[in-house]
Design a protein around this ligand. Structure first.
Ligand SMILES: Nc1ncnc2c1ncn2[C@@H]1O[C@H](COP(=O)(O)OP(=O)(O)OP(=O)(O)O)[C@@H](O)[C@H]1O
Ligand SMILES: [Mg+2]
Length: 419
């Protein structure tokens, strides 16, 4: 009998990865784009081309100004009304389901090529909550992701919470038994789990007793991008300036739409352009407000938000960053600082901390009992975020290896035990 292979897929809001395994093959990451084991969750549909491009290549094509449409943060669409509507690509209406399936299929094929075998069984990661306080939407999101995996060619699909998968990946290195708390702050969600890990426990068939709690919230690095965009960038495009005889603030939704990855493409509509044109006629600081019009006319929202994200990532290393918006009139120079950024994300971070506390309550344990903190997800690189969360566990040792692949790898460990 030929050997059966399985895989684990971490379909992330910002980055994805895939790992393969079989009864005799230890889980291993697949180089999914050139030599990389992670790939940005981005798709670029070139104008007049039938086949899209994925990952870094997709981002590069957009940055080079090639004609077409960039899609990012597609995971955020799961469980929302947008799933029903779809979007227009090259003049044709396409369902998000099929767009997402093209992406998953791309990863599946990379994995199959790496082992020269077909793979039909997958453990898919999922956030603890796709949607907050919306059970129906959450169920719907999982159902949609299952259908997407089916369209992509999988016939046995099992879901695992992302933070639990991250714990499994770390369990490989644990000696004795330890009570761990996983903190996974990614692009779209922050997920937590409290789990007993141990060198012997990992061979158990059913781990339900070892999982003391899991919780999550739909706030992550994408929201920090939005916070930084609104607080430091958008004021140079006229945000919070006034217009008209009544000295009203200019409308804000056009700024928020350009600060949220998953909303950008849908915002370049007639209605928004019309509002901006009318407000511009009466704007008190037209030299700034006109830049908002330029952003919409040039469809440069992704370009701006990429610069915002880049500044955010640099702020994890430097206390101050300057960014010049070359593509807008007057080439405004934006100054951001670690301090202002920390202030801007405070409300979102306090929601994240609240979800963390709820996880402890659910487990009915005191924070001092936690022996290991497993940090995973790109947003735990932010010193302020990391410190605020780790302070909740003064006694614990911190483990922060393989931040970007631990979920994918852990899902394959789960597949290895499950199938
Ligand atoms: N050095 C850094 N400093 C700050 N933020 C960072 C850094 N590196 C990555 N990020 C942010 O981390 C996020 C991506 O993290 P990750 O790849 O773990 O998310 P994901 O798995 O795609 O998302 P999710 O798990 O929420 O679906 C992005 O918002 C990115 O901007
Ligand atoms: Mg993730």
């Amino acid at each position: 009998m030929t050997q059966e292979f399985f895989c684990g897929i971490d379909f992330g809001t910002s980055n994805s990865s895939i790992a393969v395994t079989s009864p005799t093959l230890k889980p291993q990451m697949v180089t999914v784009e050139a030599e990389h084991t992670t790939i940005p969750s981005a798709i670029f549909y070139e104008a007049n081309s039938p086949s899209p491009v994925f990952g870094r290549k997709a981002m590069q094509k957009y940055i080079n100004g090639e004609e077409g449409r960039l899609m990012r943060s597609l995971k955020r669409v799961l469980g929302t009304d947008l799933m029903q509507n779809g979007t227009i690509l090259n003049g044709k209406s396409v369902k998000f389901e099929n767009i997402l399936a093209q992406y998953i299929k791309y990863m599946k094929e990379k994995a199959e090529t790496s082992i020269n075998k077909t793979i039909k069984k997958v453990v898919m990661g999922r956030p603890v909550h796709f949607r907050d306080n919306d059970r129906k939407g959450d169920k719907e999101a999982e159902k949609q992701l299952r259908e997407i995996a089916q369209i992509s060619g999988f016939d046995e699909i099992y879901f695992q919470y992302e933070p639990i998968a991250a714990a499994y990946a770390h369990e490989e290195k644990i000696t004795g038994e330890k009570l761990a708390c996983v903190i996974d702050i990614g692009g779209g969600t922050s997920d937590f789990s409290i789990i007993r890990l141990g060198e012997k426990l990992k061979y158990k068939q059913n781990r339900q007793d070892d999982i003391l709690a899991d919780s999550g919230i739909r706030i992550g690095g994408n929201d920090f991008d939005k916070d930084l965009s609104i607080s430091s960038f958008m004021p140079e495009l006229g945000f919070r300036t006034t217009y008209g005889k009544k000295n009203l603030y200019v409308p804000s939704s056009q700024y928020f739409d350009m600060s949220e990855w998953s909303k950008i493409n849908g915002a370049y509509n007639y209605q928004n352009k019309k509002i901006i044109k009318e407000v511009l006629n009466e704007a008190h600081q037209p030299e700034k407000y006109v830049r908002l019009q330029e952003l919409y006319e040039q469809e440069a929202g992704h370009r701006l938000l990429m610069l915002v994200e880049e500044a955010k990532i640099k702020l994890s290393q430097s206390s101050q960053i300057n960014t010049t918006l070359e593509f807008l009139s007057g080439k405004p120079k934006i100054k951001t600082s670690e301090n202002l950024f920390s202030q801007a994300i405070k409300p979102d971070l306090s929601q994240i901390k609240k979800a963390m506390s709820e996880c402890l309550q659910q487990a009915q344990i005191k924070s001092e009992k936690i022996e290991i903190i497993i940090l995973t997800g790109g947003s735990t690189e932010i010193p302020f975020v990391k410190n605020e969360l780790c302070q909740m566990f003064p006694q614990a040792q911190i483990s922060a290896e393989n931040k970007l692949i631990s979920v994918g790898l852990g899902l394959a460990f789960d597949a290895y035990h499950y199938f």
